[in-house]
Design a protein around this ligand. Structure first.
Ligand code: NCD
Ligand code: ZN
Length: 351
């Protein structure tokens, strides 16, 4: 298969940042994806519908004229989220759920959750209103090996949580382990998972090839090859519980290339080309459309997009760096060539 035509896809997990940084990168997402679920880990975090709607307006104002992109917002769940906010989300179509960050798990997670049990009343209300919970699934105890943090979070917290709230809609975000895949596959209730392009393409060796590679550092951290194989197989089996979420997370170059580099890979610039490259590795290009364009919309109970995007087997050169606010961002696979290219479809212009 050398040419692919897909129903317009959606990105169910993206970091668009804010201000001039956002203005520099939002176009990369908006020109390919019909919708994106925008993560709320700004400083301060987006914890209220009002704030999310204002953030959404800033995103819309940064789009090119005529671009039809629909950013959907997630609120940052905290221990002081009021129950009324859940009802508000349920009646606000532009805001579709809450993101749970364990405190200290990742970039800008200082306001996150310390005790999951304390959330039970809120989760009860979310289940009642059918408002989904998107989960960053890692324990944060510093004495737990970083490569075990996702598996342990599932065993300690997520499995029991799905037992306590059987109707709660849960998305395990950026799954990085076989245990994460197994959890989503076996869960009894309405449970799904997103998979990033970088976790499908790289294993943890990529962090250290020829020296330390800060642009491959993300959270959850890349895992062993057997985990990558499990993720690839989950993405390409046609299972509607797995769908696309890039977790594209741009940072200023100087913050990544530092004595304490921060976590996040910027993949939005060639997102669909990267996913096509991963699916191609296991001869599963025919499964890309379901993963990228059907399963997520179906899970969130939203209509599938209209319009198409096209990809062809032709090399794409990834730039060495891209503008990003006051500085630059190093794109994922900077300076490399990948075998797929997205072609503009003239009949889609302005879409
Ligand atoms: C994300 C970021 O930079 O905002 N970083 C990352 O490594 N994925 C936060 C997140 O999604 O964990
Ligand atoms: Zn993220």
């Amino acid at each position: 298969m050398d040419q692919l035509s897909l129903l317009k896809p959606d990105d169910w997990h993206v970091h668009l940042r804010d201000d001039d940084a956002m203005a520099a990168i939002v176009g990369a997402t908006a020109q390919v994806f019909g919708r994106a679920l925008v993560m709320p880990n700004l400083r301060p975090p987006i914890t209220r519908v009002e704030q999310a709607l204002r953030y959404r307006e800033r995103i819309m104002a940064a789009l090119k004229p005529g671009q039809s992109f629909n950013p959907l917002m997630a609120l940052y769940l905290t221990e002081s989220t009021p129950e009324e906010e859940i009802a508000r989300v349920a009646e606000t179509p532009e805001v579709i759920g809450f993101k749970l960050y364990p405190q200290g798990a990742t970039t800008h997670s200082e306001a996150g959750i310390r005790s999951l049990e304390a959330l039970d009343p809120l989760l009860e209300t979310m289940a009642h209103y059918q408002v989904p919970l998107m989960v960053h699934g890692e324990v944060t105890d510093s004495n737990i090996d970083i490569f075990d943090r996702e598996a342990l979070f599932i065993e300690r917290y997520l499995e029991p949580l799905t037992q306590r709230f059987r109707s709660l809609r849960i998305v395990l975000e950026h799954i990085s382990t076989k245990e994460g895949v197994d959890f989503v596959e076996r869960a009894q209730g309405p449970v799904a998972g997103t998979l990033t392009a970088h976790h499908l393409l790289l294993n943890r060796n990529a962090l250290f090839v020829g020296g330390i590679q800060p642009h491959h550092y993300c959270l959850p951290v890349l895992k062993r090859e057997n985990h990558r194989q499990a993720l690839l197989s989950a993405a390409t089996q046609g299972n509607p519980r797995f769908f696309l979420g890039t977790d594209s997370a741009p940072h200023h170059r100087s913050l990544k290339e530092s004595s304490c580099g921060c976590a996040g890979c910027y993949t939005a610039h060639h997102a669909m080309e990267l996913y096509a490259t991963a699916f191609d590795q296991v001869n599963a290009l025919d499964r890309l459309e379901g993963f990228a364009s059907h399963h997520g919309a179906d899970f969130y109970g939203l209509p599938r997009n209209t319009g198409v995007i096209r990809l062809e087997r032709r090399p794409s050169n990834i730039p060495l760096e891209l503008p990003f606010g006051s500085e630059s961002v190093i794109p994922f696979m900077a300076g490399k060539t990948i075998p797929w290219t997205r072609t503009e479809d003239p009949s889609n212009s302005g879409d």
